[in-house]
Design a protein around this ligand. Structure first.
Ligand SMILES: [Cu+2]
Length: 419
């Protein structure tokens, strides 16, 4: 037994209430069973069934267990596990996603190709995310979770010089000094200074590389994880989440001309909408593997104050973690994601300026693969029970409504501790 977090408690050994009796657990009856369980939220805990029942070791072992490093999913999966009554878990995750390269569908486009149409073309982007989250289980059946998200988006764009404020209207022939001044605080790009004489792109005049940066709190999630099945080393819980629009949708770059200073949809930190985030998670275990699968959706309920709404999203995850080692569990994860277009539009974003400003060019599908390593300090040592989870991966396939920037890789690093 490694920690309080992972140690089965005697009261978990109870039987399922009548509503979840075996007859109700046939696959066809899963949804009614889930609804019944949700309706019983305020009722007695799953595990307060008769303790007088003498359960043999076999039956105790037949429960899925979160013990050990393999007991949690790879770091990038949220809401994968639940907690025992009275337990808290604090967690912090750092995530970095890097993007570059333009695509339309599965076809790559060059910057020059896109530049023929747009006076601002995204080149690369780094999205850093700092995510504190807190879990608390008021009962063995229900775990509550709140997740904050602080984000830092940085994006390099190739931008026509005349999109810069104070530029004046003469095209071409800008000196390096002048461009350097516009691109304040950003000295590491080779093509500063623009290219006033670029004959192919006379319409846009000269251009330079410019960095947009936005940081702040993004949207916040509050959710309840409700266990509806817990037998035969398998467990199913519902993820009932709400997204709270705490992130900004009005980030601007004041160095640009005012009429084009509002940054595009991918740079905005929030959705500006209340969101329903429903999902369902299955967990299963063998002696050698912890397996999981999760389907999650995000539906934006209302149009935001700027007149648009992010498209619906869906994610399907499957993972496997190797069991049997006290400290470490390597694993793999496959993730399919789909994202719809933005509906409505922000009147201040001109879709002729950049593909990032076009509501119709925000959707796409991607299949990601990840390698994961979960570590946990075993019991009886300093820092016993602390977890450190690492995960790295990227797209195996991506098809985007483009021109749109593709993802290169994602790194997730997180610390977790239950108490
Ligand atoms: Cu937890």
């Amino acid at each position: 037994m490694f920690s309080r977090h992972t140690t089965p408690r005697p009261r978990r050994r109870g039987l399922l209430p009548a509503a979840l009796a075996p007859s109700a657990l046939a696959p066809s009856a899963l949804i009614p069973a889930a609804l019944t369980a949700a309706a019983l939220l305020a009722g007695p805990s799953l595990t307060q069934a008769p303790h007088s029942m003498a359960l043999g070791a076999q039956e105790v072992d037949a429960r899925w267990s979160s013990a050990g490093p393999a007991g949690h999913a790879p770091m990038g999966v949220m809401g994968d596990h639940t907690h025992h009554a009275g337990e808290w878990m604090a967690s912090y995750m750092f995530s970095r996603m890097t993007m570059s390269g333009l695509r339309n569908g599965r076809t790559s486009l060059s910057v020059d190709q896109v530049w023929e149409t747009y006076p601002m073309v995204p080149l690369e982007m780094t999205m850093d995310m700092h995510m504190p989250h807190l879990m608390y289980a008021p009962s063995d059946r229900v775990t509550l979770m709140v997740m904050g998200m602080w984000m830092d988006h940085r994006m390099d764009v190739r931008m026509a010089n005349d999109l810069m404020a104070g530029h004046g209207h003469g095209h071409g022939g800008h000196g390096h000094g002048q461009m350097g001044q516009m691109d304040d605080g950003h000295g590491d790009h080779g093509d500063h200074g623009g290219d006033g004489g670029h004959g192919d792109h006379g319409d846009h005049g000269g251009f330079h590389t410019h960095e947009h940066g936005v940081s702040g709190w993004a949207d916040t999630e509050v959710s309840a994880l409700v266990t509806v099945f817990d037998r035969n080393r398998q467990r199913i819980h519902l993820n009932l989440g709400v997204g709270i629009p705490t992130g900004s949708t009005t980030a601007t770059d004041d160095r640009m001309v005012p009429e084009h200073s509002r940054l595009g949809y991918p740079m905005q930190l929030g959705s500006g909408s209340w969101e329903a985030r429903p999902g369902v998670t299955w967990l299963g275990q063998t002696d050698r593997l912890s397996l999981g699968a999760q389907g999650m959706g995000v539906v934006r309920v209302n149009e935001n104050s700027e007149g648009w709404r992010r498209g619906a999203e869906g994610a399907l995850n499957g993972w496997a973690m190797l069991r049997g080692h006290r400290w470490a569990a390597p694993g793999v994860r496959l993730e399919g994601r789909t994202r719809g277009s933005v509906s409505g539009s922000d009147a201040v974003m001109d879709p002729a300026v950049s593909p990032e400003n076009d509501p119709a060019l925000q959707g796409g599908q991607v299949l990601n693969g990840f390698l994961a390593l979960n570590l946990q300090v075993p019991g009886g040592r300093p820092l016993a029970g602390h977890r450190l989870n690492l995960e790295w991966g990227g797209p195996l396939l991506q098809s985007l409504d483009g021109p749109q920037m593709g993802t290169d890789w994602t790194l997730n690093v997180g610390w977790e501790y239950a108490f």
